[in-house]
Design a protein. Structure first.
Length: 456
């Protein structure tokens, strides 16, 4: 183990080797490569307020500090988690004083999504006046977490997880840098970098913390820190799922599951399902989405699919995780392997649009229920025709409002069981066309003799 050279807790490796300029910054080529937007902003010195959105450990804080240096501005690191309105006003007052002296302030707010609307609004006048250049960092979708007024004044840059090659470069730099372990003799196998990179899942902070642990537990008997396979295995054996069930990942992974089921990709569906369940997601919430997919994407092509999904939801409620996982897997695979039809969805959406436009159209008198004597006197249900009294179990009675007579929403497919339903639907439409205008009545409950109107 390394000897402590100073009393007290040493500064973490991730902080010690934080790069001062872009030469030591790895990753985010889509933003910092030649001619890319953030690189042009840095090179030109025309810095404006921005939000850096990305997962942990991808360089948001480091970039903010580099931006401050590029503008020769005063840098203020302002944590959202522990700060309130009082602290905001104090910092804003100091920034305004500096502005009068000709000095701009870069205010870096880590985890800005923790600020409520009132706290976010407190920044607005100072951003507008130019007292501060606000740089917010967040792991959450800013569209959901920041109010519109503040977001409209900030450019959003999306940072991506670091590649394994980027992580390996960062680890190598940490071992070689005088700020890291450059002053020690280190014997670490090349494969250790890749193992740590795999373990970190694109998070440089996790990678550096793991490297630090590995080197602290290395054999230092002869003045050389020797890292063995056993040490690497011990320090990377407890993996955690990269899944935030309360944040952006919560919605993106469930979307991935739904799209895989819709696309009949059973293997992908099982992967995304397992990723959520292993990450601690609520199995009932997953079951609701599977049931929704059964109705939306399978529908009448195989109505049994919805039954399977609802049974899985009941299992999730009554049995729970991990036993219900297999029920959810069964339901997800049933959705994947079933014939697909979204005809119910499209039919309902079209009907919903008309319902919103024609929400005041009167209900045809024939299908109104005459519960009271007054309703009957007004003609409610007077021309009602009872389908069961008709030979074909269908009548010419008008059930649509006058303005929508002849409107059809359902567009059946040839998929699975819906092929038979399509034939039935087409027969109904043709029957209605053949007997349109007939006035033969089939009053309820006269079912003793079945009648059929005359075909035109």
């Amino acid at each position: 183990m390394l000897d402590e050279k100073e009393e007290g807790a040493p500064e973490p490796l991730a902080s010690r080797i934080r790069p001062d300029d872009l030469s030591g910054f790895f990753g985010q080529e889509h933003l910092l490569g030649d001619g890319k937007p953030l690189r042009r902003m840095l090179d030109g010195g025309a810095i404006s307020s921005m939000v850096l959105w990305g997962p942990p450990g991808v360089g948001k804080t480091t970039l903010a500090r580099m931006i401050a240096r590029s503008t020769d501005a005063r840098f203020v690191d302002f944590p959202a988690v522990t700060s309130g309105i009082t602290e905001i006003r104090k910092v804003m007052s100091e920034a305004e004083s500096e502005r009068r002296r000709g000095k701009r302030t870069v205010l870096f707010v880590d985890e800005i999504h923790h600020f409520n609307k009132t706290q976010q609004d407190a920044f607005l006048p100072f951003v507008e006046k130019g007292s501060i250049i606000l740089i917010g960092a967040t792991t959450e979708n800013p569209s959901f977490e920041l109010n519109g007024a503040l977001l409209s004044r900030c450019k959003v840059f999306v940072l991506r997880p670091l590649s394994k090659d980027d992580i390996i470069k960062i680890l190598s730099r940490a071992v070689e840098s005088p700020k890291g372990y450059g002053g020690y003799k280190v014997d670490i196998p090349e494969k250790a970098y890749r193992i740590i990179a795999d373990f970190s899942k694109g998070d440089s902070r996790t990678a550096l913390n793991t490297l630090e642990t590995v080197l602290n537990y290395g054999d230092n008997g002869d003045g050389t820190i020797t890292v063995t396979d056993g040490i690497i295995q011990d320090c990377t054996s407890r993996k955690s799922m990269l899944y935030d069930k309360n944040g952006e990942e919560h919605f993106q992974v469930i979307s991935a599951l739904h799209e895989a089921m819709r696309n009949s990709d059973a293997d992908a569906a099982l992967f995304w399902l397992a990723r959520m369940l292993e990450g601690g997601e609520d199995p009932v919430w997953i079951a609701r989405r599977i049931a929704h997919a059964a109705a939306e994407d399978v529908g009448l092509a195989d109505p049994e699919c919805l039954h399977v999904a609802m049974d899985a939801m009941e299992a999730a409620r009554t049995i729970g995780h991990p036993e219900c996982d297999i029920h959810l897997a069964m339901a997800a695979m049933f959705v994947c392997l079933s014939p697909k039809s979204n005809s119910v969805l499209t039919a309902y959406m079209a009907a919903r649009d008309d319902a919103r436009k024609h929400d005041s159209d009167p209900i045809p008198m024939a299908i109104r229920a005459g519960y009271t004597s007054l309703q009957k006197e007004l003609g409610y249900g007077a021309d009602y025709q009872y389908p069961h009294a008709a030979e074909d179990k269908i009548t010419t009675m008008q059930c649509m409002p006058d303005s929508l007579v002849g409107k059809h929403y359902y567009r059946p497919t040839e998929q699975g069981l819906e092929k038979a339903l399509k034939r039935r639907y087409e027969w109904i439409l043709q029957w209605q066309k053949d007997y349109a205008g007939q006035t033969e009545r089939f009053p309820h409950p006269d079912c003793r003799s079945e009648k059929k109107p005359k075909k035109r």
